[in-house]
Write a protein that binds this ligand. Structure first.
Ligand code: APR
Ligand code: PHB
Length: 397
């Protein structure tokens, strides 16, 4: 470690992680005149190169509007009032608008992050990229700091609070002593092979398919950029799948009439994501607050990753604003409880939807009948559809 602390800055909130949750928090705090410094390990280009889900709940859209970052999503995003579920050749629609009066917005997470970077740069808010050796100090005391190096120089940020928005592999969660935190995990015995293709979406709404060959999802980014996923074995690698192989397999898993109109083409991105549920409790330790993937991971089936990160940011932004504007720390005291209460509900929905739509290697004939009976119930029962719709569009904060 070189000579310590060439430079030290003082701010109100040090935000570790320049992904969507860190940037959204920074923008929201900025709208209330609360200063922050964002520290990001990678380059901006690297952060924007990540392909992630793109279904935005009403809560997240509201926060992006509050942060002044929603113009492009309203101009370019798709408003979806429903989604389609299929099993075998059966297909039915869950009408979000009819059941909740609320749509979702289909707009890539990469675009959300791009808009947040643009807002941060326009407001002149500090972001340090390519930071290394990030260390949290004094989070359990009155004057926390974040130490890091950048370009070989040691630097320190003195602050009132630290927001750990550094994802699952970040340093923030590790800063909570092991005996002070509980971790809950469920690993699913399959992954998702996803491709991005410059082809028109097969359908104007998403299709979630449970087929005897496994799960499939037909999604989109815009009118000529589609995103498709198929359930695959965890031992697969993207190289094992040619584009032709992917398209042929996808066609076998979606209803025949959809397969017949599927436009195929070369993939411009192909990757495999494991499916996992993970929660860390508490989400606060002294003056350190965890947000997003730093505290929890959901399987992508319900597209709840970004949306749950946003609900954390909502509770933290509200707690810090209340503290700085009124001196009240009740929001800070209840942050972990408030955030976790909603996290567990979205964990449940993501686990339920994943269990309903995937085929498990050790699935028994009885298990399969349970899936079909649940899908039949969902297809034919308005109350069941309403419950699904309420969770899909986003539970209230
Ligand atoms: N120091 C600084 N930055 C770090 C460090 C570190 N030690 N470790 C990680 N980071 C950065 C990562 O490079 C990344 O850009 O923190 C950022 C965390 O961003 P995300 O992983 O996108 O997590 P989050 O902002 O919480 O967004 C959650 O992302 O993974 C999806 O499905 C997930 O949609 C959800 C969303
Ligand atoms: C996506 O568009 O990438 C997507 C959409 C819905 C999901 C998961 C991923 O449930």
């Amino acid at each position: 470690m070189g000579p310590v602390e060439e430079c030290c800055v003082k701010t109100q909130v040090a935000i570790i992680g320049g992904g969507p949750s860190g940037l959204l928090l920074a923008q929201l705090l900025q709208t209330r005149g609360i200063d922050s410094v964002v520290l990001e390990r990678k380059t901006k280009a690297h952060v924007l190169s990540r392909i992630r889900a793109g279904v935005l709940e009403r809560g997240l859209v509201g926060l992006l509007e509050e942060a002044g970052c929603a113009d492009r999503l309203h101009a370019e995003g798709f408003t979806h009032d429903g989604t389609l579920l299929s099993y075998g050749d059966e297909m039915f629609r869950v009408d979000f608008a009819a059941h909740t009066g609320t749509p979702v917005v289909v707009y890539g997470q990469t675009e959300v992050t791009r808009d947040l970077y643009a807002a941060r740069e326009a407001s002149g808010g500090p972001i340090a990229f390519e930071v290394e050796d990030v260390r949290i100090e004094g989070a359990d005391g009155p004057t926390p700091s974040v130490i890091y190096s950048q370009g070989g120089q040691m630097r320190r940020v003195d602050c009132d609070f630290i927001a750990g928005c550094d994802g699952f592999h970040g340093v923030s969660r590790q800063a909570i002593p092991l005996d002070q935190r509980q971790e809950y995990e469920k690993v699913y015995p399959f992954g998702w092979l996803g491709i991005l293709s410059e082809t028109p979406p097969v359908n104007d709404e998403l299709i979630y398919a449970n087929s005897e060959r496994g799960f499939a999802l037909c999604s989109m980014r815009n009118a000529n950029l589609s995103r498709y996923y198929i359930q695959c074995s965890l031992s697969d690698s993207p190289e094992d799948w040619t584009d032709e192989g992917f398209w042929e397999e996808l066609k076998r898993r979606i209803p025949a009439d959809q397969a017949a109109k599927l436009v195929t083409g070369p993939s411009i991105e192909k990757s495999i994501a494991p499916l996992r549920s993970f929660v860390c409790a508490p989400m606060r330790w002294g003056r350190l607050f965890l947000c997003g993937d730093a505290a929890h991971i959901v399987p992508p089936t319900g597209a709840k990753g970004l949306n749950t990160a946003a609900s954390d940011v909502h509770y933290l932004h509200r707690a810090l604003t209340r503290f700085y504007e009124t001196g009240e720390s009740d929001g800070i005291e209840s942050y972990s409880t408030d955030a976790l209460a909603r996290v567990w509900k979205t964990q449940r929905f993501s686990w339920w939807f994943s269990s309903l739509m995937h085929r498990y290697p050790d699935q028994s004939a009885f298990d399969l009948h349970m899936q079909v009976a649940e899908l039949e119930h969902l297809r034919s029962n308005q109350a069941a559809q309403k419950a699904m719709a309420e969770n899909y569009v986003g539970l209230p904060y």
